[in-house]
Design a protein around this ligand. Structure first.
Ligand code: ADP
Ligand code: MG
Ligand code: ZN
Length: 477
């Protein structure tokens, strides 16, 4: 067979989100990222015999907020199940999760359908201590139970994602949405947001689903994209050389770019799910729904739409300001001062200002929203030229202040008509006889170097249209 263009990837994501509640899912231990190991444990989260779980109401509240933000159907009555497996990070021998009736049913975020989202508890953290084992020569693993019992929402998408880049982009939308909700730190490096990707390929145009593999726990957006791309390439090469994709769980090593098998279908877990007998069902009451609804903020998808619809921003600007809400807030503050040209203002913020302050929050820069709004106003009034405006912005970034005062103090005001500009134009023409000859011959493109000379001489203060007019006037064209 031939080219890779004959195949299309099909991707579904499973995302674990650690909720930022004060205490754990089923006990009163405080959440404690970064604290000394095993300092936040009790009989419940250590799985001691006879200890009984009690559901954390704040976790349910957060799960409802997530469900509403993802447009999910909410189950009037959902139940907890025990998911049984044996591993040192799971002292009870089972994880309390949800199985056939999750709290959040089908929904949608952007262009990806949500299959479900359910509540569960996190496992403890295993730390592998290579070489230094107490048993001579052996490596050792130690367990930190602080993480054990942390509330999680697991979000499962439908297989609606069609490329690694789309997976990354959608996950960014999800993260921004969750951050806006304030229910999680959503930090991939620290593990408060973890993503598994299910990947298959199929012939372009086919509706059938191919056999999928599952890439586990990629801990950054970059690695997620790279890992999925590598797995797509692996599957295409395999199938095109006559092989078959096997259902298995895989690990992507970002350091080497290689993919290795964690377990195959034959070794797949049978979790022997059964209803958790120690917990009552979650029965939603109207006041719980109202409480969640009441604190839902404007979400990125809605915000982008508002910027496009109400302010006429381009889709790119709207998305940027919705995704980086600190930029959006800053933009709105500036637009409140001068909202005449929202797109021009947006371009100055997302282009020139961001180029100067990078990832920093503009609100903590020296440039006030009023100052950048005023700068755009000066440009519109032709009181300054583009080049001079950039110089003013340099000063604003370095030491703050007011644009008009800076223009005044540094003599950056636009040079319109008048003798000063005419004099510079005549010097420019005198300095470049070749260009003048071409201009006289009717080749107006030769005006470029002349305008360049004038702009250099005037430090960007000259009005381009006026320079053009003066050139024609002086050459009698
Ligand atoms: P499993 O039973 O192996 O957990 P599920 O049906 O629960 O599989 O799906 C888990 C995830 O895998 C979901 O995100 C789903 O969208 C995705 N998925 C299912 N089938 C495929 C497939 N053929 N290709 C890619 N992703 C898939
Ligand atoms: Mg699954
Ligand atoms: Zn506890």
């Amino acid at each position: 067979m031939s080219s890779g263009a004959a195949w299309e990837p099909v991707i579904g994501l499973e995302i674990h989100v650690q909720l930022k509640t004060r205490t754990k899912m089923f006990c009163g231990c405080e959440l404690s990222f970064g604290d000394p190991p095993n300092t936040h444990t009790c009989a419940v989260c250590l799985g001691l015999p006879g200890a009984l779980p009690v559901v954390n109401a704040q976790a349910i509240h957060y799960a409802l907020m997530v469900g509403m933000a993802l447009d999910c159907e909410l189950a009037p009555r959902s139940i907890f199940h025990r998911k049984n497996y044996f591993y040192p990070d799971l002292p009870k021998g089972y994880q309390i999760s949800q199985y056939d009736i999750p709290i959040c049913g089908p929904g949608r975020l952007g262009d990806v359908r949500i299959h479900r989202a359910h509540l569960e508890e996190d496992a403890a953290k295993l730390v592998h201590v290579g070489g230094s084992g107490r048993i001579q020569g052996a490596s050792e693993s130690v367990v930190d139970f602080n993480r054990g019992g942390t509330p999680l929402v697991e979000i499962v998408t439908e297989p609606d994602v069609a490329s690694a880049a789309q997976a990354r982009e959608w996950l960014t939308l999800l993260r921004t949405t969750l951050r806006q909700l304030g229910v999680s730190d959503v930090n991939m490096e620290e593990g408060s947001l973890r993503c598994d990707a299910n990947v298959s390929i199929r012939p372009v145009g086919s509706d059938a689903l191919g056999t999928k593999t599952e890439l586990k726990n990629m801990n950054s957006f970059r690695f997620l994209e790279r890992g999925v791309d590598a797995e797509i390439a692996r599957q295409i090469a395999l199938v095109e050389s006559g092989g078959e994709v096997e259902q298995e769980t895989l690990h992507y090593d970002p350091a080497t770019g290689t993919i290795s098998s964690l377990r195959s279908k034959e070794e797949a877990h049978d979790y022997r799910y059964f209803p958790e007998p120690d917990l009552v069902p979650i029965v939603l009451e109207e006041r719980m729904l109202e409480a969640a609804r009441a604190v839902l903020p404007e979400l990125p998808a809605q915000r982008a739409e508002r910027y496009e619809r109400e302010l006429g921003l381009s889709a790119d600007s709207a998305r940027l300001f919705a995704f980086r809400s600190e930029l959006g807030d800053y933009f709105e503050a500036a637009a409140a001062v001068d909202g005449e040209q929202p797109q021009v203002l947006a371009n100055w913020i997302s282009g020139e200002l961001v180029a100067r302050i990078g990832d920093a929050d503009p609100a903590s820069s020296q440039v006030t929203p009023a100052a950048i709004a005023e700068l755009v106003g000066l440009l519109r009034a032709r009181a300054i030229q583009q080049g001079a405006a950039k110089q003013v912005l340099d000063v604003l970034v370095a030491e703050g202040g007011e644009p008009a005062a800076i223009v005044e103090a540094q003599g950056l005001g636009a040079l319109g008509g008048g003798d000063e500009l005419a004099e510079v134009v005549s010097r420019a023409l005198a300095s470049d006889p070749a260009a003048v000859e071409k201009l006289r011959a009717g080749n107006m493109r030769a005006i470029g170097p002349i305008v360049g000379f004038v702009m250099r001489e005037t430090k960007g203060r000259a009005d381009g249209g006026e320079v053009n007019r003066l050139v024609r006037e002086q050459l009698g064209l």
